[in-house]
Design a protein around this ligand. Sequence first.
Ligand code: ZN
Length: 131
Amino acid sequence: MTHDDSHGVPPSPRARREADDGRDATNRLRPTAQRLLRDRWPALTGELRTALTAEREPALARQVDELVVVQPCGCGDGFCQSFYTAPRPNGPWGPGHRNVELDPPWRGLLILDVVGDRIVYVEVLNRPPLT
Ligand SMILES: [Zn+2]
């Protein structure tokens, strides 16, 4: 009876890690397919990369393919489609924060919040629905 072979074997370390991730979603972010910006909004992803290249921010442009959508802004304004690409802080972003204002191909605003060299928030205002 081959199924008895696994009897008494403890769960593998991999199985335990996955269970831990499920309990604490704010812990370490994993770039899953559903959350990757490029999978969710490929058009915006290309626009963001182009705008960063034009602004001479090559280090930020290289991050675009790895960005994950953590949560929407949540302000409820109809013109706002901003979103977090890092966990939302309790208060200000803290030291090393800067804004990078880009020139988007739509008649609105595209402004990044960057902490250290990581894109943590993408402000998208007055853009047609994200694609
Ligand atoms: Zn908003």
